[in-house]
Structure formats: structure tokens, C-alpha cells
Write a protein of this length. Structure first.
Lengths: 366, 635
């Protein structure tokens, strides 16, 4: 059992600036947990605190039921993979992987079999006697992962391991790490700033900003039910469309009034939004819910009028960058629908999928 | 990625730039090579060619210059000896020229004469025994030392004991090459001189130059008095010699042409010429006995001084072979020069008519006279043009030249290598100096590779708020030149009682601000993740330092090792100040001593030899440095 519990963890580098602000999380055994957020949000710092490379200012971290605040990194039974691989440049791949085991006084045969096993898993058996310099980026990262595997730790920590790889290699390695997780059945904590990586890899995702945890949820949950404006804007490609406006009671019922764009509200949302009558709110809707076949085919979906600025055909769908007065948004439409730059279009708006946020607190209203 | 692409390189402007750059580099390299060549050339010089600065020493391609160097060495760098032996007026060895023609017949006669005639060992001087101007060890002296070593072993004390000398070390062993011509240069009869004379016989015959009273008379007696112009001489003497070349030292007083010449001759023979070349005829015997009686009064006193057992003065025979030492020598000298009895005021001296020159010159003439009878016969057989036998002079110059022609290659090798041999022998005699230097350099490198990285590692890894100040403090030590710290260091080491130990040499230079600065900068550039990774792998601090940091810093460590070695190896002043005991002297101190007592060429040779270890170490370190710094890369 390697449950990792972060209990009210704070981190400060002196002064009142908190790099990590009251971090609370329980990572279950064998879970693949992803920390995601923009640079400087404290995700790496949190990971390094788990690793023992940073001191914990306040709070406690426990791994497998043991509080590790004062346990040195080597005794925490963890392994870490770094963004720049951190391979020992003067050692061969084999020695790189065996280094930790040698220091822990494993028997030669045991080291040999573990390294073989790990290199088989990662497909680097042919390079065992090369130096890191003679390897490509992807191969180096495999070695770095292999170095973590041979130790058979309870918890794997990944600190942006794919950031230095090219796009294609990144996608490939992403899949390999997912498979590895399934195979090793170990707890993994994975830090990335790339929300695609977070979405594709994580069992659960922690979204962080400015040292604060904004939301912890499964990828789909995060996507469908963002807890606040930041998560809504951060997760998803293209990002969620956000419109500023007020809630108003019009002749036909409650509407969102964005002056140049007005949308009727779904009846089930009206109760909660009634409290915001005549107040400013932010409406968010994913591009796939504007003008998409699903939206167009939904009976009663309101139509909005906007001008096409840019057309981006992606193959499976087409992205339209639209302007409606002071609002701009993106719509994902049927690729076969004809449209051209400068056209005025009427697009179906699937208001049932809209989210409303309080601009003051940024949190979700409904 | 090269800055200029493959296609861009084909443009003429870029090509011109490249050509210019390479040209510049070649000129730069040449400007480094040229002084080195001068140095190499300088190390092969002797006094005669030392003033010529050239990349290739001229004696290597010019036989004339090789001849000059040879003649210089042959006469042990004494121009006087050369002029006397050859009867010439060369003002410097630079003017010496090989003989225009060589009469092979006469030369062969001279060779036969030397083989046939028993001559005393002092009759000739050997070349290459002394180099007072070049101040190096010529091959003859080197061979002599080797002969002494072969006989008495490596310990100079045993030589001193056996030969009654007082040489401190093998470096002090010298033979004074003095041609026995002046009366003051009487051959000595010490054990060392005998050993030297005995050794002389083993040196090449072509190195011998025989004493010539004839040349000595002209060069050192007549010319200083009457000037170098023959007209002045003729005026004074009423003679009609065409040149000084025609004048010969007559065998007897009577054979001189004019009274003035007789006067010169008598003065020269009585007062100046070495006794070894003077014989007194039997007519002088009564005078000689009276002289001895007047001087010694009784035969008993004489016997006591002479260690003889004569019954009366009438038993004393006339001296035929001049004595070499003792009362007999001084009595004989006084008899030839003239001795005035203080009581009777009577002058006792050998009658001038009884005096006779008995020199190698005359022995050779006698030999030829015996063989050929008349000058006409001689001229016909040997293709010469002598009017009288007196004109004949031993063909020493031709004799030397013949040897030179046969040994040019060996001479070149000798001149190129002899200063190096001098230095190498000197160093080998002071083996302790080599051991000291090896220990000192080894320890200095070891300590530099331990202390500096440890300090730099601590500064780089544990960033304290005062790290910068500490570094600044370390760097500040570089602001003081070694001359400034020398005396305080010396005083401190004296207080610690560490003078004359390796600790004194090593302790003051153990930590080096520059090295620490350099290493800290390099350690800082190693990625932090490497350390973190090692920490997670369970490496101890020592493992991280040793297996990671040090292993990755090999090139920079090579730089530091090289610097430490060079500093230790070239350390002369400080090493000398703190280790004044000769047993602790390093190579540099010994070489400095050598340079003090040697000529410039030897100094050059010593500098080149001293540079070899540095060069070898540099090659070794350069390999590591050039292999490059393997900093873990991002991609």
C-alpha cells in the first residue's frame, strides 16, 4: 500500500509568499495523479516536497502510512524522473540504471536481472553500453525512466518528463508511460504544464494556480464540470468560450444579456441564476456546443448571429473564430458546412451545456 | 552547427577570410617556433659563435665554422695557445681559417716522427679538457671524469683520497690545461697531474698540440717588445727578415745572426722559457759545481736537500733532464738564470755558449735531417721549398686539420649534444634533486586536486549567505604577488619548525584561490538535478563528490593539475628560501646553481631539459582537456 497523503502542506521560501498554499490531497495506492498548472503554480515544488528535495514549511506528507517530513529522499522509497533526464553523463546506460542499486548494495546478479528487466520493458536493451551522449532525447528519457523502475519504488515521481521531447516523441512516450503504469501498478505522481498530457494520462488531476489547489477531479469531470473560471479556461483545446454579460429577465424569460449576444437560459438554471439578476456573470461554453451538429440538431437551442473571422479546417471538424460585437468565440462545426471568412452565420447555442461563473469569486454558479 | 554553412563557405569573401585566419595562425605559430629554434641553436654554441643569433647554428652547414669551433675546443679556448702552436696572429677564433694547402708528405713525416720519438707527457697538451669561456664540460674532461669514476667509483671522496685533491663534487673536477712553455708553468708532479697525463694518452692523437718554443718566442716574447711590424724588428736588430714567419728561435746563442738577436735569445732562454726545453752542454760542469758549492757550502747540506749521497761536489753530474720539483729545480733554475753569491758578489751562471734549445721543433728538424740529409733532398722527396732545415716547422696545423676532416660528423654531434650532456650529468650527480622534485610535484598535484575541489564543492553545493564573501577572500589571495608573501611564509614556517621539509614546500600553496574560483564556477554549472538524482539514488555526500562531481570535472581538474605541477616544478625562489639544506634542493635550485657556474649555452640547454617534464605532463593533461567537458545536455 503506497498511499500518499499531503496534509495541509505549505511551502515558503522565506517571507509571506507561499509557493504552496495549504495543499490537501490523498493519492490512493496505484493511482496516476497529475499535477497541472501554469509555470510557477507550485506543482513542481509540491512534487519535490514529496521527493524530499525541498523542506516542508508546514503540514505533513506521509507515504504508505509513514510521515516522511524528516526522512531523507533515499529512504522514502520513491523514484523520480526529471525533465532534463539527469543522467550521469560519464556512465553507460547500464551503469546509470545500476548506480542506485549498487549504492544500496544489491548483489550483482540481482542488479543485472533488474536492469535487464527494466531495459526490456523500455526497449533500450541495445543501448546498455552506450553513454547518454550517444542517445536521442526519447532514448535518454527511457533510460531515466528505467533508472526509476529498477529501484521498484512505491511511488514514482515525474517532473515534466516529456517537456524536452519533440511533439511526436511526446505522444509516443505518453502512451508508454500509461502502459507502464498499468504494468507496474505503482502510485505515480506526474507534474506537467500541458493540459493535454494531464487529461490523457491522469486517473485524477490536480489543477493548481499560484500555490493553491483549484480543483481535484477525474479528467472528464474536470472537463465537464470546471469548478472555476481558471480551470474552465485552462482545460480543453480549444479552450472554453467565455462571455461577460448580465442576467436579466426579458419578455420571453431569463436571458444572458451580453449586449451584442443574448442567450435564453435553460429553465433548470434559472433558479440559481435568479439571484444574480441584473448582476454581472461570466458564461462559459465549450466550442463543441456552439454550431456543432449536436447543437444544431437539438430542438429549441437558441441561435446566435456572428461573423466568421478565421476558418480552421481540422478534418474531423472545422474551427471557426467568430466575432459577435464585443465578444469573440470559437465554434466547432461540421466540416461539410459551407462558410467563408466574413460570412454572417446563425449558429445553434447548446445552452444546456453552458456554465455560469461569478466574476468576483471566479467560482462556478451553475 | 557551424556558423557559416557549407554553401556560404564557397563564397570568395569567406574563403579569403579563412585564408587570412589560417595565415594569421601560421604566423602566430611561427613566431612561437622561432624563439624556440633560437633557444635550441643557442644551446649548441660555444664562445666563438655565441654572439650569432640564428635558428640553425651555422656550424651545422658551414665547415669553416665547425673548424673554428673545433680549433677553439682543441686549444681549450685559449687563443694564445693557438697562435703559439700555429705561429699565427689570429685576433679571435672567428678569424681562424683552415690551412690553404696540406703537404701530405710532410704531414706523414710528422706522424712517423711522433710515433718514433719518445716525448715526455708534458710535451703536448690535449684539447677538449677545459672550456673557460663557454663554461661547459668538453668531451675530454667528460671522458676523464668517467675514467676516474670507473677506477675510483661514484664517491668523489675516494678520488680526493687517492689523488690528493679537494674536489667537493664531481662537478668541480677540472684539469688546468697549461702548455708547458713559460717557466712559471713547470709541469707539476702531483698524483692528479700524473693521472691526467696518463689519461691524456687515451684521447685522440689528433687532439694533441705540441709545445712550440719557437711560436712562444715570437708570439709572447718578440712581438710584445718590438711590435707586430717586421720592419720595426729589422730596424732594431739590423736584420732583413721578410716577415716574422721567417724568424726561427735559434738552437744556440751562436746561431743568432746579430748581437741584438743574441741578446734577445739569451734573455729569453735564461729568464722566460720553461726549463724543460733547455739543455746545458758539458762545458758548464765546472761552473755548475762551483755554483752549488758557493750556494750550499758543504756537500752534507746539499745531500740533505737533494736527498742524495755525494761525497764531494766533484761527484755531482751535470743535469741532463731538468728536475720537476724541489731544491734541485730551484738550484737549476737559478743556475740558468744566473745567481749572485751574496757574500762574494760573484755571478754564477751557465755559460751562454753551453745553452741549447731542446724542443719538439728541433727534434723534428733533427729527425728530418737524419732522414733526408739536406734540404734539397727533402724538397725533392716531399715537394717542399725549404732553403735550410731550420725553416721547417712541425705541421701541427695540417695535422689537426686532417683529423678534423675525418671527424666532422662526430664533431657536429658532439657540439650539438655536449651542453645537454653537461646538464644531464650535472642533474644525475644530484639525483637527490630529481627525487625531491618528483616528490614535491607529486604531492603538490595530489594536494591541489584534493583541497581545491573540496573547498569549491562546499562553496558550490551549500550556498551560504557568505559564500560570495568567502570566495572574494580566497580571490584576494591572488592579489599578493609571491614575492610579497615569501618572507611572511618563511617566517611562519620557521616558527612552525618546518623549514627544510616537504611540508614547507607544499603547505603554503595547498589552497589556490584561482583554482577554487574556477572549480566553483564549473561545479555551479553542473545541473542541480544530477545531484538530486544521486541523492534519490542513495548516494552519500562523498559518493556524490567523488563519483559524480569529480568524475565530471576531469578536464578542469587536468587544468588545475597542470597548473599545480607547473607551479611546483618551476618554483625556484621559494623552494630555495624555505629549503636551504642541500639535501632538500629541488631540480630548479640545482639548475640555478648550474646556470651560475656555466655559460649561456649550458643555460639554454638546461632550460630546454627542464622544459621536458612540463611538456610531457602538458601532453598528458592536454589529452584530457581536449576530450572536452561532458556537461549533461538538455536534448
Amino acid at each position: 500500500m503506497a498511499e500518499v497523503i499531503l496534509d495541509h502542506v505549505w511551502k515558503s521560501y522565506g517571507g509571506n509568499l507561499w509557493a504552496v498554499n495549504d495543499f490537501n490531497l490523498t493519492i490512493k495506492d496505484k493511482e496516476f495523479m497529475v499535477f497541472v498548472g501554469p509555470s510557477g503554480c507550485g506543482k513542481s515544488t509540491t512534487l519535490r516536497m514529496v521527493a524530499g528535495l525541498e523542506e516542508i514549511s508546514k503540514g505533513a506528507i506521509s507515504i504508505a502510512g509513514r510521515v516522511v517530513n524528516n526522512v531523507p529522499p533515499k529512504d522514502r522509497d520513491i523514484a523520480m524522473v526529471f525533465q532534463n533526464y539527469a543522467l550521469y553523463p560519464h556512465m553507460t546506460v547500464y551503469d546509470n540504471m545500476a548506480f542506485g542499486l549498487k549504492l544500496r548494495k544489491y548483489k550483482r546478479a540481482e542488479i543485472e536481472s533488474r536492469v535487464r528487466e527494466a531495459s526490456d520493458i523500455l526497449g533500450i536493451t541495445d543501448y546498455l553500453h552506450r553513454k547518454p551522449k550517444a542517445l536521442s532525447g526519447g532514448q535518454r528519457q527511457r533510460v531515466a525512466v528505467g533508472r526509476a523502475i529498477v529501484r521498484k519504488p512505491k511511488v514514482f515521481l515525474f517532473d515534466e518528463p516529456l517537456s524536452n521531447l519533440d511533439a511526436k516523441m511526446r505522444v509516443q512516450m505518453r502512451a508508454e508511460i500509461i502502459k507502464l503504469h498499468a504494468r507496474l501498478e505503482a502510485t505515480m505522481i506526474y507534474v506537467t504544464h500541458d493540459q493535454v498530457e494531464a487529461m490523457t494520462m491522469g486517473d485524477r488531476i490536480v489543477v493548481m494556480k499560484d500555490g493553491v489547489v483549484l480543483q481535484v477531479a477525474t479528467p472528464l469531470d474536470l472537463y465537464e464540470n470546471p469548478a472555476n473560471l481558471f480551470v474552465a479556461g485552462f482545460i480543453g483545446t480549444p479552450p472554453m468560450n467565455l462571455f461577460e454579460g448580465v442576467i436579466r429577465r426579458a419578455a420571453e424569460g431569463w436571458i444572458f444579456d451580453g449586449e451584442t449576444l443574448q442567450v435564453a437560459l435553460q429553465p433548470d438554471m434559472q433558479d440559481k441564476l435568479a439571484a444574480y439578476a441584473e448582476k454581472k456573470v461570466v458564461m462559459g461554453i465549450r466550442p463543441e456546443h456552439v454550431g456543432s451538429p449536436v447543437a444544431e440538431n437539438t430542438v429549441g437551442a437558441p441561435k446566435i448571429k456572428a461573423r466568421v473571422d478565421v476558418v480552421e479546417p481540422m478534418g474531423a471538424e472545422t474551427y471557426l473564430y467568430m466575432t459577435a460585437g464585443r465578444h469573440t468565440f470559437i465554434a466547432k462545426i461540421d466540416p461539410h458546412r459551407r462558410c467563408a471568412m466574413g460570412n454572417e452565420l446563425h449558429l445553434a447555442f447548446l445552452n444546456a451545456k453552458a456554465h455560469f461563473f461569478d466574476p468576483a469569486t471566479t467560482s462556478l454558479i451553475v | 552547427m557551424p556558423i557559416i554553412s557549407a554553401i556560404g563557405r564557397k563564397h570568395w569573401k569567406v574563403r579569403a577570410l579563412f585564408t587570412g585566419m589560417y595565415l594569421f595562425l601560421v604566423i602566430g605559430a611561427a613566431s612561437m617556433v622561432y624563439p624556440f629554434m633560437l633557444m635550441l641553436a643557442g644551446s649548441t654554441k660555444s664562445a666563438v659563435d655565441i654572439k650569432y643569433f640564428e635558428a640553425i647554428p651555422r656550424f651545422l652547414y658551414d665547415d669553416t665554422w665547425l673548424y673554428r669551433k673545433h680549433i677553439e675546443g682543441l686549444f681549450n679556448e685559449s687563443l694564445m695557445d693557438e697562435n703559439v702552436a700555429y705561429d699565427r696572429d689570429d685576433s679571435t677564433f672567428e678569424n681562424v681559417a683552415p690551412p690553404a694547402t696540406v703537404n701530405q708528405g710532410l704531414l706523414n713525416e710528422w706522424r712517423t716522427f711522433l710515433l718514433a720519438t719518445p716525448l715526455p707527457l708534458y710535451a703536448y697538451q690535449c684539447g677538449y679538457l677545459n672550456a673557460p669561456m663557454s663554461r661547459t664540460i668538453p668531451s675530454g674532461l667528460r671522458a676523464f671524469k668517467q675514467a676516474l669514476m670507473a677506477r675510483y667509483g661514484q664517491d668523489i671522496i675516494r678520488v680526493n683520497r687517492a689523488l690528493g685533491t679537494e674536489f667537493e663534487t664531481w662537478n668541480n673536477v677540472r684539469i688546468n690545461a697549461n702548455t708547458c712553455l713559460d717557466r712559471r708553468n713547470n709541469p707539476m708532479a702531483t698524483a692528479f697531474v700524473s693521472a691526467g697525463n696518463e689519461f691524456k694518452t687515451q684521447l685522440p692523437v689528433g687532439w694533441r698540440s705540441y709545445a712550440s718554443p719557437d711560436g712562444y718566442y715570437k708570439k709572447m716574447y718578440i712581438k710584445p717588445v718590438y711590435g707586430n711590424a717586421i720592419d720595426d724588428y729589422n730596424r732594431e736588430h739590423g736584420t732583413r727578415h721578410g716577415a716574422y714567419d721567417k724568424i726561427r728561435l735559434a738552437r744556440t746563442w751562436a746561431e743568432n745572426g746579430t748581437p741584438k738577436e743574441q741578446e734577445d735569445w739569451e734573455q729569453f732562454v735564461r729568464m722566460t722559457l720553461s726549463l724543460q726545453w733547455i739543455r746545458v752542454d758539458a762545458v758548464a760542469l765546472p761552473e755548475y759545481r762551483q755554483y752549488l758549492q758557493a750556494k750550499h757550502d758543504t756537500i752534507a747540506i746539499l745531500n740533505k736537500y737533494y736527498g742524495t749521497a755525494y761525497r764531494s761536489f766533484n761527484d755531482i753530474p751535470l743535469i741532463t733532464e731538468p728536475p720537476l720539483a724541489g731544491m734541485a729545480l730551484s738550484d737549476w733554475e737559478a743556475f740558468i738564470a744566473g745567481w749572485k753569491d751574496p757574500d762574494t758578489k760573484r755571478l754564477y751562471q751557465a755559460p751562454v755558449a753551453a745553452l741549447r734549445i731542446h724542443s719538439v721543433d728541433w727534434l723534428f728538424r733533427d729527425y728530418l735531417t737524419r732522414k733526408y740529409g739536406s734540404p734539397e733532398d727533402l724538397n725533392r722527396r716531399l715537394d717542399t721549398r725549404y732553403k735550410t732545415m731550420v725553416e721547417i716547422r712541425p705541421p701541427q696545423r695540417e695535422f689537426h686539420y686532417a683529423w678534423f676532416l675525418e671527424n666532422r660528423r662526430a664533431l657536429r654531434i658532439e657540439f650539438v649534444t655536449r651542453n645537454y650532456k653537461t646538464v644531464a650529468e650535472y642533474i644525475l650527480f644530484h639525483g637527490r634533486g630529481i627525487i625531491n622534485t618528483v616528490i614535491y610535484c607529486g604531492l603538490a598535484v595530489l594536494v591541489a586536486l584534493l583541497v581545491n575541489p573540496l573547498a569549491a564543492y562546499a562553496l558550490s553545493r551549500y550556498k551560504m549567505s557568505s559564500t560570495y564573501k568567502i570566495l572574494l577572500f580566497l580571490m584576494a589571495t591572488m592579489a599578493f604577488p609571491p614575492m610579497v608573501t615569501q618572507i611572511p611564509n618563511f617566517l611562519m614556517l620557521r616558527q612552525l619548525n618546518l623549514l627544510n621539509t616537504f611540508a614547507a614546500l607544499i603547505l603554503p600553496g595547498m589552497a589556490n584561490g584561482y583554482s577554487i574560483f574556477l572549480l566553483k564556477g564549473f561545479f555551479d554549472s553542473l545541473p542541480r538535478e544530477l545531484y538530486e538524482s544521486a541523492e534519490l539514488d542513495g548516494a552519500s555526500e562523498w559518493t556524490i563528490f567523488w563519483q559524480l562531481t569529480m568524475a565530471l570535472s576531469k578536464p578542469i581538474l587536468a587544468v588545475i593539475a597542470l597548473a599545480a605541477f607547473t607551479a611546483a616544478y618551476s618554483n625556484f625562489m621559494f623552494a630555495f628560501v624555505v629549503c636551504q639544506d642541500e639535501k632538500m634542493w629541488t631540480l630548479m635550485v640545482w639548475l640555478y646553481q648550474l646556470q651560475q657556474m656555466s655559460g649561456q649555452s649550458v643555460m639554454y640547454a638546461s632550460l630546454i631539459i627542464a622544459a621536458i617534464p612540463t611538456f610531457v605532463i602538458f601532453l598528458f593533461c592536454q589529452n584530457i582537456i581536449m576530450r572536452g567537458i561532458v556537461v549533461p545536455s538538455e536534448k
